[in-house]
Design a binder for this molecule. Structure first.
Ligand SMILES: *Cc1c(COP(=O)(O)O)cnc(C)c1O
Length: 404
């Protein structure tokens, strides 16, 4: 499944506005080095694993995002204390629910785990026998209705609970697919433009037929308002990745929504031994880390951050000025990863290299730089996972590789 669909909403920014911007940006030479004290053991270097500047974005296989310092500080402190895990779960869930304007919340082991335990909670509720029986759904409702265009690799996690997906295309088909075995309706926000039923209508249909609705919005923050937008539209369960835009622990996620369903989700997961979700344990470090990350994300100056991202795109574009055959443009994806990205479009004859050549040279250079894999005609730079000042290194290397 390709999450890097071509961007539909295109924000053209005049590159003429270049000189003079970027004064907001700190001039850290090596942001990663500055985070470390000399005493810290660098296992990644010890093991000779390549590390790189992340101009690609929040890819799990590239370790996605980096936690801000207060997040890992809180995790470090938590790691020195024993505590009753369920009490911590309760307290962290309560605080995250307040921050996200949710009725209730739980921290899961990634968005994928939230999909599975949220579904298990819908099927088995808080009934101990049913909880232990899953993923065997005999005697339970076990069909989940989904738009055909919303099927995706991550919905394997929903199927983990033992359900069967029932695919529909129109609202009429959806309504006639509902019957006594219908357990839930599932929506993928990244596919909102691909199906015939938009998210608001979908949530309303769930309400109309009294069927719980779940939305996977894993990569759909920022904007911060999305943390409550889908709940306010009527979804009973809303899912976000913890380690993407929110910059929490990579192994954490959020399940937000109806109090009874969150309670059921908790019952269907770790630390309860005989439960479907016992395979996706969340410990105190992820719990506190996720809470601090959500606090920081909600309280961030979102406008200033956005301007900073645009400035970084513009500054990097500046290094490609004067290279024949390269056209740069800032685009914001309409769904998922909705932040400014720098697109570099290609005239191969003029440049003499393919985007693939440049991606490879950036990766193999020093320092190594990962960008978003492009097509034959372009590639894309994501600035939102860059550490302060790294945009300069990216721009400089890009200029060298394109001109060299
Ligand atoms: C990334 C992603 C997931 C998985 O998120 P994790 O937090 O890595 O488990 C699920 N659904 C969608 C749409 C995603 O983009």
């Amino acid at each position: 499944m390709n999450w890097l669909k071509p961007d539909r909403r295109t924000l053209l920014r005049g590159m003429a506005a270049l000189p003079g911007i970027g004064v907001l940006m700190p001039a850290t030479a090596s942001a990663a080095a500055a985070r470390l004290s000399g005493k810290n053991r660098d296992v990644i270097s010890e093991l000779k694993i390549r590390s790189f500047i992340n101009a690609a974005g929040t890819y799990t296989s590239l370790t996605a995002s980096m936690m801000p310092r207060p997040v890992w500080d809180a995790m470090t402190v938590a790691s020195t204390k024993f505590c009753p895990l369920q009490d911590l779960h309760d307290a962290v869930g309560k605080r995250i629910a307040e921050l996200t304007k949710a009725e209730a919340a739980l921290v899961s082991a990634g968005a994928a785990s939230a999909l599975a335990i949220g579904t298990a909670g819908v099927l088995a509720g808080t009934d101990r026998e049913k909880i232990q029986q899953l993923p065997d759904t005999r005697g339970m409702k076990n069909e989940v209705i989904v738009q055909k265009s919303h099927r995706n690799g991550y919905d394997h996690a929903v199927r983990n609970a033992g359900i069967r997906m029932v695919e529909v295309e129109t609202a009429a088909e959806l309504e006639s697919a509902i019957h006594s075995r219908t357990a839930m309706m599932f929506f993928l926000q990244a596919a909102n433009n691909r199906g015939q039923i938009g998210y608001e209508e979908f949530a309303k249909l769930g309400k109309k037929h009294n069927i719980p609705t779940m939305i996977d919005a894993a990569a759909d923050v920022p904007p911060v308002s999305n943390l409550w937008r889908f709940q306010q539209a009527g979804f009973d369960l809303v899912i976000f990745s913890g380690g993407k835009g929110i910059k929490g622990p990579q192994s954490a996620g959020l399940l937000l929504g109806r109090k009874d369903l969150i309670e059921a989700g908790r019952m269907n997961s770790s630390p309860n031994s005989n439960s479907l979700g016992r395979i996706s344990k969340v410990n105190k470090e992820e719990l506190v880390g996720m809470m601090v990350a959500v606090e920081m994300f909600v309280n961030r100056d979102h406008e200033a951050t956005w301007k900073d991202w645009e400035n970084q795109c513009n500054r990097i574009a500046g290094f490609t000025k004067g290279v024949p055959g390269i056209k740069s443009e800032i685009k914001v994806p309409e769904l998922a990863n909705m932040v400014p990205h720098l697109h570099l479009d290609w005239d191969h004859a003029a440049v003499g290299k393919t985007p693939g050549d440049v991606v490879k040279e950036l990766r193999e250079g020093t320092p190594s730089i990962e960008v978003r894999p492009g097509s034959a005609k372009n590639f894309v730079i994501a600035v939102w996972m860059l550490e302060p000042g790294e945009y300069r290194t990216v721009g400089r290397r890009l200029g060298q590789v394109l001109k060299g």
